[in-house]
Design a protein around this ligand. Structure first.
Ligand code: GBH
Length: 482
């Protein structure tokens, strides 16, 4: 446990959005019901099941497609002011194209949104959380620039149908996972290995799709719908291994390669200078005819700039970072391009996820970094959470994790950071991609052996409930006003 003295005792302002998050593929199930098309994760689970822990799949998952009313009732009981969920592209456009628009899929999200609104819960909607329609993958997926048109027309259908009721939109969740995980590191569908090339090309098209969607919204919807559009980017906090200039720069460079890769273009119009330099020099040394980091034209830079109303941040963990002396520069890979070595401190507590060590102080630091680098744009912490293995409902680790990280968020408010919301990952245990159901991030546990997929509150639910009711992280008598 954490001693209360280190926990910020100021209330969160009434306007601060507080809630929980999920994603379509991880919770909905109903993978082929009511006209839904196949997406790249359906394909992986069905044709390549050994990629997934225990050969699991998300055919049923939490069955939220059928249980959304019960889920909203749980959210209401929890007392959230916002719920972040994602829309499944292939539920709305089963082929990925406009030749088929699936009204039953649209109805599902209409019903979910009206259920949320009826309960005074603000929807925060992710348009794309990794589940690309398979037919779009069959022609190359994100590295094929046709994806730009396809994404924009999908987003138009989404705004057209739901935009009157949705004020917060996220174009992409963790594009680094889609691009790096999907095209280079083999951790995510479509598991293509074109390391050092594919992740950059994917990103280039994805960013253009984001920017064009932003302009399309401005032109066709903003006047009447008045929403806010952002993008959710994940990053670690990188703490320099020493005070040496080289290590301090390496730590910053790592965040530029991770968060800045996406955030710099959508704010300043282009990739971070340090990325252009490092990937450019390395590509030249390797004998490539041009940088593996694609270039934006002048017109594209102009179109890319200022295309977010807020920035989403997913923060889970931190690393120690040091400069890597790499004279040879042989490896062709995003990770190597940054020339940073990373490690976890042995004293950082472990979790059920090998990549996730508990480093709460990183939250305040990364929020300050984002605020400083993007000139005070509003920030929403769209994911933050911790995994356990589900052996007990007494998830004290989660209570401590949320309390300590939320305290960091509240400290950041005191620092003057323009953070406006926080959605905890996750409302309930769900399908954790290649980790199947082995890593549990939920406030509610879900019985995946029960055909009813019964939800049971963990101990953290009572903590979170109390927090949401008081907007304060310590006992009420010790709370001070916002
Ligand atoms: C989030 O990503 C996702 O948005 C969400 O869907 C997911 O449920 C949640 O994490 C919890 O896992 O393959 O060992 O090298 C968090 C950031 C970055 C975590 C990439 C996994 C791969 C680690 N992710 N990371 S590894």
């Amino acid at each position: 446990g954490t001693s209360c003295s280190s926990v910020n005792n100021k209330k969160f302002p009434d306007s601060f959005l507080l809630g929980t998050a999920t994603a379509a593929y991880q919770i909905e199930g109903a993978w082929n019901e009511d006209g839904k098309g196949e997406n790249i994760w359906d394909r992986t689970c069905h044709s390549d099941p050994t990629r997934i822990f225990n050969n699991e799949n998300a055919d049923i998952a939490c069955d939220s497609y059928h249980k959304y009313k019960e889920d909203v009732a749980l959210l209401k009981d929890l007392g959230v002011s916002v719920y972040r969920f994602s829309i499944s592209w292939s539920r709305i456009l089963p082929t990925g194209y406009l030749n088929e628009i699936n009204q039953l899929g649209i109805n599902y999200y209409k019903n979910l949104i009206s259920e949320l609104k009826a309960n005074n819960i603000e929807p925060l909607v992710t348009i794309f959380h990794w589940d690309l329609p398979q037919p779009l993958q069959d022609i190359g997926g994100f590295p094929n620039d046709r994806i730009i048109r396809r994404y924009v027309e999908y987003a138009r259908v989404v705004f057209d149908n739901f935009g009157d009721d949705v004020k917060y939109w996220i174009t992409f969740n963790e594009p680094k996972q889609t691009c790096r995980g999907g095209y280079a590191a083999l951790g995510d569908a479509p598991f293509i290995n074109s390391s050092g090339i594919g992740e950059y090309l994917c990103t280039h098209n994805l960013l253009k799709a984001h920017a064009e969607t932003y302009h399309m919204y401005n032109k066709e919807f903003r006047d009447k719908q008045n929403g806010h559009i952002g993008i959710t980017i994940d990053t670690v906090w990188a703490e320099p291994d020493s005070k040496d200039k080289a290590d301090v720069e390496a730590a910053d460079r790592l965040i530029q390669f991770t968060y800045g890769w996406y955030a710099h273009p959508v704010t300043h119009g282009d990739y971070p200078e340090v990325m252009k330099q490092f990937v450019g020099e390395r590509s030249a040394k390797q004998g490539f005819s041009e940088s593996r980091l694609p270039k934006f034209s002048k017109a594209e830079i102009h179109g890319m700039k200022n295309t977010v109303d807020f920035l989403g941040l997913n923060y889970y963990t931190s690393v120690m970072a040091k400069h890597k002396n790499d004279e040879e520069k042989t490896a062709i890979d995003w990770d190597q391009d940054s020339e940073v070595d990373t490690y976890f401190k042995p004293e950082w507590p472990s979790t059920a996820s090998s990549w996730l060590k508990i480093v709460p102080w990183g939250m305040r630091k990364i929020l300050n970094w984002v605020n400083k680098n993007y000139e005070g744009l509003p920030i929403i912490v769209t994911e933050n959470g911790v995994s356990e293995n589900g052996t007990t409902l007494e998830d004290d680790v989660r209570i401590d994790y949320y309390r300590d990280h939320l305290s960091g968020v509240r400290d950041a408010l005191d620092d003057g950071v323009n953070v406006i919301g926080y959605t905890a990952w996750s409302m309930m245990d769900n399908f954790e991609w290649t980790r199947g159901y082995s890593e549990k991030f939920g406030l509610y546990s879900v019985d995946f052996n029960d055909p009813e997929r019964k939800r049971t509150p963990k101990k953290s639910v009572s903590f979170f409930k109390q927090f949401l009711a008081t907007r304060c992280l310590v006992e009420e008598s010790k709370c001070v006003a916002a």
